[in-house]
Design a binder for this molecule. Structure first.
Ligand code: COA
Length: 370
């Protein structure tokens, strides 16, 4: 049996959804650079779920459904309202995602049609849950989406109660496009393992939310922002980073299991961060990031991943730090759902083996003789 720690280098599925080949990320064969420049998030959702770009009519239908299906049951909103103010945002939203199953009569229907319909609901409702959570925490009522707005614009509208500027909509759309899918990353693999038992789609995305939450995965973007705040100024970067390196501590937002020569998504977020932090008159977040980046590349040979510049980008968009990972989930929901549908279409239970390294040949000893 082959064994590799962290399943490094193991190919555990075949997939048509996205690929990382020679450091290049594609969704269904389209490069991420091409898509980041031209595509709307709705087009990406369709592409990931259907392995082709939509025609205009199909895109209009999907965009409408993502607004029409956004309503969540009051009981789920109550859960968010009742969550302690000290609760972790991802924990609260993961719980609400799980609860959605209780209010969907088709939750156990395993037909392709029912699962596709549930995918649309989940993609619509994750935006409702994240924005409702953010507003509830501030003592505000949730805002329903507006027909005719894009998914990106609607998210910011539901969050802030006012329509975003064109610049904010474009930047947020691009961030959603860049985070939508990423081959067999930890949360997507979790989703596939879960549904490969033929468990339902809600269980699959709830499991994925749990995996995304960790700081080695989606939680890294929040950790990066906390680090930037902790450092406080460009002058203090050098000492901070060198201390971390000397103490053998990790700097969040750097390194990657698959990319060894840089994450192709990072340059887009870097440019967004540069523009947006300048626009809000807070270039220090970008400048600190650049300095950290230079030191990490020079001293450790490590390049930034998707989470590094997304932190200052989201901050410049006025988003609270605790929403960074939930926003990652809003986008990655599309990828999880694509992989879940693909797993169902050609399923086999995912069940690896463990290399047992514990004691052997022990005999039970009764409690008063131990
Ligand atoms: N800061 C400092 N050192 C890092 C590092 C980082 N962010 N990421 C990796 N390294 C170092 C490790 O300490 C290790 O060094 P060693 O061989 O001297 O012990 C080496 O690089 C390999 O790292 P490892 O953690 O084994 O790689 P991995 O493939 O298991 O993990 C990540 C990949 C992404 C989990 C890892 O790079 C990391 O923890 N990054 C920070 C968290 C993050 O940004 N996650 C988001 C990923 S998109």
């Amino acid at each position: 049996m082959t064994q590799t720690k962290g399943l490094e280098g193991i190919v555990a599925a075949t997939s048509k959804i996205s690929s990382i080949i020679d450091g290049q990320l594609t969704y269904g064969g389209y490069t991420i650079d091409d898509l980041a420049e031209h595509a709307t998030f709705e087009e990406i959702v369709f592409l990931l779920w259907n392995d082709r770009l939509p025609k205009q009519e199909e895109l209009d239908q999907l965009a409408k459904a993502l607004v029409d299906e956004a309503h969540v049951d009051d009981a789920v909103l109550e859960t968010l309202k009742k969550a302690p103010k000290t609760a972790n945002a991802m924990a609260a939203i993961r719980t609400a995602v799980s609860q959605l199953a209780l209010y969907d009569e088709a939750s156990e229907d395993m037909s392709r049609e029912a699962n596709y319909a549930k995918a649309i609901k989940l993609q619509a409702q994750i935006a409702t849950l994240v924005t409702a959570y953010a507003r509830i925490k501030k003592g505000l009522e949730p805002v329903a989406p507006k027909a005719g707005l894009s998914y990106a614009a609607n998210f910011l509208y539901m969050l802030n109660g006012e329509e975003p500027t064109e610049v904010a909509e474009k930047a947020f759309n691009q961030a959603l496009v860049l985070h939508a899918d990423h081959e067999l990353n930890a949360s997507t693999f979790t989703a596939r393992v879960c549904v490969a038992t033929l468990s339902d789609i809600y269980s699959g995305v709830t499991a994925a939310m749990g995996a995304l939450k960790g700081p080695l995965h989606g939680g890294a973007n929040e950790a990066v922002m906390k680090m930037l705040v902790e450092i406080g100024s460009v002058e203090k970067v050098e000492e901070y980073v060198h201390n971390k390196i000397e103490n053998k501590e990790k700097i969040m937002g750097f390194g990657h299991r698959v990319y060894k020569d840089g994450d192709p998504r990072a340059k887009h977020l870097q440019e967004m961060s540069r523009q947006l932090t300048a626009q809000i008159g807070e270039p220090q977040w970008y400048e600190m990031s650049i300095k950290i980046d230079e030191i990490m590349q020079a001293e450790k040979g490590l390049k930034p991943n998707v989470d590094f510049y997304s932190a200052s980008t989201y901050h410049a968009l006025g988003l609270d730090t605790e929403l960074f990972t939930p926003i990652f989930a809003v986008s990655r929901m599309s990828g999880w759902l694509a992989h879940i549908l693909e797993q169902y279409s050609d399923n086999r239970l995912i069940r690896p083996r463990a290399d047992y390294i514990g004691e052997t040949h022990r005999t039970y000893v009764s409690i008063n003789e131990r």
